[in-house]
Design a protein around this ligand. Sequence first.
Ligand code: EPZ
Length: 413
Amino acid sequence: MNRFVIEGGIPLQGEVKISGSKNACLPIIAATLLAPGKHIIHNIPQIRDIRTMLRILELIGSKVELLGHTLSIDTSLANNPYAPYELISTMRASFLITGAMIGRFGEAHISRPGGCAIGPRPIDEHLHGFKMLGIKIKEEHGYLHLSSNHIIEGKVYLNEQSVTATENILLATATQQAETHIINGAMEPHVMELIKFLNLMGANIKLKDDIIIVIGNSLHPIEYTISADYIETGTFIIATAITGGEVTLIDAKYEDSIAEITKLQEIGVQIEKVSNGIKVKMSSPIKSCNIKTAPYPGFPTDLQPQITSLLAIANGTSIITETMYEQRFNHILELARMGAEIEIEGRNAIITGVKELSGTKVMASDIRGGASLVIAGLAANGITEISRIYHIDRGYESLETKLSQLGAKIKRV
Ligand code: EPZ
């Protein structure tokens, strides 16, 4: 059961509920380690990456219960500052447990995470940040041993606006009775949501221009509801656009998606904020445009593969510049098999719009690249078969069910 079979050409119609944000859930689940006690968290997406993160929390000694979309996690008895290669190597974001372990135990012993299909995914910014906080780091046999025997505080200047590096530093300092400044930190909606969660637990974290000021505190468990995933929102806006449909995205937050909404309106998509989310309609030809990915509030790299599929059948030539990753073009080779005309020159993809794509067999190699193949299949002439969809299941809850509810002909085989 790891292939999607899609018959293209059907405009998506109706409404779909956007799930909770994967990239907010992952650091928030790690943050529960910082406050011994029972946390209740609602609107958890049922996806593989969340299950991986919860396994790590259990391994550390937390009691975890996930019923539907509600998680209850009790970290009172957590006492094990070790995270093994077997779990860390399956998901880079599990490295977020490092900051939480330091914040709770004052130490962390964790395997160095691997890379993935979209690039080497280094952690130098994380380690640089920890060192600037006075945390001692030793490395041997692929394991990192971090420890601090004093209050952690200081000024951390990040060279890259790394999302998980920013989150790791927030997790390491939120419980410290001291003041820390994070300069050039990432400002994505999921970073802001982690800050909101930590403040509700009793931390005192503020933004002053582009500096995140953490005044740590002892933290208490809370009940919380995760907000909608803005990358899933963008994925469904693009799927609606490429099929010429009309869809309402329930719970979607317009204010989290300004960059991609602006670009998509430039392409000709009608997008408006409505009381229960975002309404999307596409009834005009797809215009070409140029896009450059950037840290928030720029165009999100996690929507670059998906909008590439849309621009593959636009009128005219578009240029997409992927500034965040060296190898986030794997989907382009698959789109070419569907008839797309895209030239890769370094970090640029030059897309010459074609009249239509044609269905064929293609293979997913990462979450968002897989989503771009689904989007292409929804518009392609004929049948598209996508293999290795376990990549897609890492980041999207019941994607085929949601699309079928909107009229798409897609099944998991
Ligand atoms: C987060 O990954 C997201 N994952 C990614 O989403 C997303 O693509 C990325 O941010 C950028 O927005 C989660 O939030 C769990 P980065 P992260 O550290 O934190 C360089 C998805 O599909 N860098 O912001 O790992 C790095 O090479 C995933 O949901 C360093 O050089 O990304 C890249 O060029 C895919 N050194 C850039 O920064 C470091 O120590 C962005 O990386 C860290 C990062």
